[in-house]
Structure formats: structure tokens, C-alpha cells
Design a protein. Sequence first.
Lengths: 474, 347
Amino acid sequence: MELDVSILSRIQFAFTVSFHIIFPSITIGLATLIAIWEGLWLKTGNPQYLQLAKFWIKPFAITFGMGVVSGIVLSYEFGTNFSKFSEIAGAVLGPLMAYEVLTAFFLEAGFLGVMLFGWQRVSAKMHFFATVTVAIGTWISAFWIIAANSWMQTPQGHQIVDGKFEVVSWLEVIFNPSMPYRLVHMLLAALITATFVVMATHAWYLRKGQHKEFGRKGLSMMLWFALVLTPLQAWVGDLHGLNVKEHQPVKLAAMEGIWAEKEANVPLLLFALPDMKAEENHYEVAVPGVASLILTHDWHGELQGLKSVPAADRPNVPLVFFSFRIMVGLGLLMIGVAVLGAYLRWRGTLYQSNWFLWPVSFMAPTGVIAVLAGWYVVEIGRQPWIIYGLVRTSEIVSPLPAERVLFSLTLFVLTYSLLFGVYLYFMRKLIKKGPAPIEHLEQQRIGVKASGYALSFTKALATDIDPSTTKGAN
Amino acid sequence: MELELSLELFYLLLLGFAILMYVLLDGFDLGMGILYPWFDTDVEHDHLMRSIAHVWDGNETWLVFGGVILFGAFPAAYASIASTFYLPIMLMLIGLIFRGVAFEYRFKSDTSKKYWNTAFAIGSSLAAFCQGLMLGTLVQGVPADFIHQSSFSWLSPFSLFCGLAVMAGYALLACCYLVMKSRGELQQKAARYGQRLLLIVMLSMLLVSLWTVWIEPEIRARWFGGWHALWLIPLPLLSVLAARLLFRDLGRVNRSHKAELPVQERHEERPFWLASGLFLLAFVGLLVSVFPYLLPRQLTYMEAAAPDSSLIFMLPGIFIFVPLICAYTLWGYKIFAGKVEDYQEGY
């Protein structure tokens, strides 16, 4: 079989970007949670909040590290594998990413050092400031990268001169029609992802009967968060869907499995096997009229189908169709958990209900999987276009020798598989080790009241007390 | 050659600034990994890692910044350079991945520490080597009649030599950084290695200079045509002067540990600034050689530039945020100023 460099480059990008998105979708939310805990600790003086912040900062640190190293790859892959794309769209996307680096990456990196290592060197308020800055940095970063991605979905504000994109209005480029929806949807998704990572861990402690107070505090907070965030996300997701209907009708048709050129009374497909050759679905399990109702707010509403465009302009329907169902399914599951948790809390049996805690303790990856599935809908659904309706993905791949791309792809698969295993191993190790005891953290409090004192205090600790104390600090 | 003040020139200078910052900051950072095998105890390795654990992420961000400035301001150059250097870039990225995660995992490991040591040392060395390789190729130029993406033009004796030279340079920076951040035996060791590396670096710089002048008539004309040599002579002179001073400083640190010299007479911070100065001079020399090309003798910065709408859009961001970034980066270094302590700090 002849190796196709276009396919290889696309597989490599899909693989590396999928791997990357796992980590920011956890750290955006986790940084926010840590900032909230630290703020609550400063406000109330309750050491439980400090315990939460100091425990979760470790998983945060390794997750953030993974995000950084896998992210650098992406900033170069546009040029290495998609050189023509960089050349024609660089004037639009490059500046957006430059702003991302200027306003977010440096900010995160600059204050991360203080957040992780500065406990004994700055005051508690300064440390809180550093944590908040890191959290805000992650949000700003999301803003720019979503702006860039959304422009590729719903481009506007540009003109094409000699085959290259030039910007006419930056406001229109940044605030393109799909950007606000995608941004809010993604930020909520990140918060929910972190919420479930934390929730699952704390449920696990409770189920195992370890660190009970710590377990309860975390689980309780996360269930409240989930109760607010998950229904909100469903609502925002619905708005986002309406936006897709308006601007990318073919993607929507693939999500819903609609083939006819125009269809009224569109059923909601719970299951189906879309067949791209026969241009129809097999084994449909459908609820009549509901898709029309959701998307047009009318039982008889009309939707555009896949056959309205030539076969060459359609995305891979089964992939989009199933990814969408996985995302929505997991979303509904998370809403269910939040509501059930609230009910159990009202009944007063939440912390004893092992039948509830047991499945919840396995739900750490649900958010991540939903995020990945969601992005597959976005990205595969945009195909065959790289810039929707304007530039085809097949036209912009670097003319590299295929074996070089195969070589790098192999390297990435090996490296990332190894690192993912390592990441899970260390996450498990940190979680099994559990939080530092509150008494130990009280020492921290002495330290942060006077930053100059703190350093000498820690030095004294290190020399006087047994080495296990110092080892435990990391 | 005419030099016109323009937006494009501003971005070329900004790109130069980003690359220089990257080379200096990630230079000592990667250099720590290159030096790693020459230190053998766990305590020493801990010390090396701790001296940079809080800054490596920020340092590496300059690489991303350089990349996106190239992408945003000179898309055509970004596209052709990145795809021409496909394999070295990929290997560099893999190297950066392994050395980057080593920071987190090494401190949290019990049994797997030795693997993270290896990952850190090899990853850092690989990344530095690939950067030197690309630098060498850029100076030497990519033959115009080649199809870039499928050529192996980046693999030549000259580029390989540059790869090794950059490794030596980064290791020198790391030695000087260590002199600043450590005390006792470790500091002495760093000063001793620093002296040897300095000799290697100076010889490499000389060799690279002669080599480029010899193989590239255009570079020869740039340096020796007309009165150019007279204007440019300060560059090599200052380099030799800085190197001389640096060598003496490092020697003093070494001797003060042997009690041959009073401690007050040693400079602990100056070596790092001298080494940085040496890098700056080499960098200016490089600019003199390749200006106005981004891809030598094929693509100038004017040809590669993005339309004005993009260049103007980035300006406010640059004027507001670059000074801000420099300020808080400096603040971060200040907070962790002084020697690395032998106890575990942090989260």
C-alpha cells in the first residue's frame, strides 16, 4: 500500500491534539478549583480548604506539565505538517496565537513557579494572587485558541488576496458567530471535567473509608458544583447546537444522521448505523419529531440533510454521529449523578450510600471523554474543510516524504503511550498517598504569616526534624 | 544593503529578541541536562534540578513565542522553515517532552528515579543538538534547487558541528548559572567544567566563523567587503575580552575553594552575565551574516512578512505585554534568588 502523507499528517495531528486536550481540560478547571479553595482558606481560616488546595496542587502540577510539553508540539505542527495552511492562513491565526502566548502562556508559566514552589517565599496573599493568576491564564489561553478554532469553523472578517487570507476586521475574526458558544461550552466542560476528577477521587476515599473528613468536604463541594454546572452545560450545548444548525448545517446533519435534502418532523435518533455509501441509516431507534423540536422548537420544523451537498463535501458521518451521542450520553449521566447526589444529600444518606459512591469513584474520566468526543464532533464535522467552506484539508498538507511523517507519528505514539501510562501511575500514586494531615499544614500557617520567617522556619525544620517531614512536603 | 525602518524590520528584531531570550534562558536550562552525566550523586542531581525547576516552563515559553511570532509576522518563513526542518524539529520536540516531564516525575518517584535522570539528560541534549543543527543549516543555507521537504540538507559536517557547539555553549551557560546558584564542592566543580567548556566554545566559535566565511562568498563579502571589517571588528574583540574575563572569574571561583584565594575576591554572578554577553555577541555576529534572510539566500524578511493588518494588530499586545512579561519573569527570579537549599521546598 502506498503511504499517503496527507492521511499520515492528519492522523498525527489528530493524535497529538487529542492527547494534548486531555490535560488542559483538567487543568483549566483544577486551577480554578485550587484558587477557590485557597481563597476560601484565606477568608475563613478553615484549614480543610488549605488541605484541599495543597493536595490537589500535586495532580495539578503533573497534569499541567503534561499539557505544556504536549502543547509545544502543536505550535510547531502547523508549520511542519501543514505548511501551505500556515502560509495562507498565518496572517489570521498567527497573531491570535501570538496573543495567546503574550497574554496567557507567559502568565501561567511565570506565576506557576511561585504557585508550586513559593509557599515559603511569599506571603499567603501573594501566593493566592499567583494561583489566581495561573487560573486566569488558563482561561485567557482558552479564549484565544477557541477564537482561532472558531474562525476556522465560521470564518468572517477576512479577504483573500492572491490566495492568502488577510484580515479586514479583527473584531469580526475574533468574535465570529460560533466563538461565544464554543468558548462558554468549552470552559464549562473544563470546569465539569475537573469537578468529576475531584469528585471521583473523594468518593473513592469515602468508599475506602480513608481520609473521611477530607473526602466529605471535597465530594460535597463537587456535587454542588456539578448540580449547577451540568444543567447549565446542557442549556449552553443546546444553544451551541442551534448555532451549528445556522452556520454549519452539514455538520448538524451528520450529528443527527439526517440524509434527505430537507426533512420535516425529524426524529431524534437514539441509535443508528449511518451508511455513507447507501446514504441512509440502518437499525434506527428513533423518537419522532424530537430533533425538530430541539433544533427548531417546532415538532414539524425542517432541517437540512446531508444530501443537500455533494458526497465530496460531507464529513465522515458515523464518526460525527457516534461522537455526538457519546458526548451527550455522558453529559446526561453527569447531570444524573449531580441530581441523584443532591437527592441523597437531602435524604442525609449521601456519605453512607456506597452503591452511589462506588460508581461515582470510577467517573474521573467521564469529563475528559466527553470533551474529546465533543471535539471530534467539531473537528471531524468540519471536514472536508479546514477553513469551513473555503479551503479543503486535502489541499494544504506539506509535501513531505511519507516515511518521515510515519517515523514521527510512530515516535509520538510510542512516547505518548508511555507517558500516558506514567501519568496515570503517578496520579494513582498521589491519590493513594492521600492529603497531608491538617496538623502538618498548621506549620504552613505559621510560615505564611511572615514570609521572611518562613524560610528560616523551614530550614530549621529540615535540619532538626526527621527527613520524612521534608520528603512529605513534595 | 539598505536598511529601512519598517514594521517588518521591527518584527525581525522582535524575533531576534525572542530567539536570544530563548537561547539564554532555556540555554542554561537545557545545559543543566547536558551537564547532568558529569555529576554523579543523587544530591548533586537534586541540586541541579532544583535550581531550575521553578523556571523551566517559563524559559521554554520563549520557544513558543519565537514560533508564533514567526507564524504571525512571517507566515511564509514559518511554513518553509518548519517543513524543511521536519525531522530535527520533531526530534527536538520529543527531546523537550522527555526532559520536561522529568522535572515532575523525578521528584515524585522512588524507584524510577534513574529513568527520569536519563530522560532529562538525553532529552535536553537531543533538543540542544537539534537546535544547533538547524542553526548551522540556516547559516549555511538550503540549496534553492532542492525540494526542501525531501532533502537532507540539514545533515552536513557543518551542521553536525554546530549541533555539538551549541551543546557546549548551553553547558557553559549552565555552569555559570550553577556557580551563581550553588556553593561548596558543587560550585567548584561547575567552575572547573565551565573553564574547559569555555575553551571548547571559543574554539568552536572561531571555527564556525572561519568555516562560514570560507564556504559562503556572500558572508565573506559582508564581513570583509569595503570598510565592513573595521565596523565589525569590535564583535570578535569584545568576545575575546569577555571570554578572557570569564575564564579568570571561573578560575577564581575554583581557586577560592582550594583556599588559594580569599572568598571575597570571587565573583559568583558575573560569570553568568559574561557568558550571556558572549552569546549576545555571537548572536549579533550571526545576524550580520544572515541579514536580511530568514531562509538564507532564498527568503528575506520583507518577502515573508504578513500583511500590515496583521502586523499592526499585534503591536499593542507586544508593547503592553512584552515589558510586563519581562517584569514578572524578573520578579519570579528574584523570589527564588540566592543559593538553592538542600531541603525540599514547595508544594
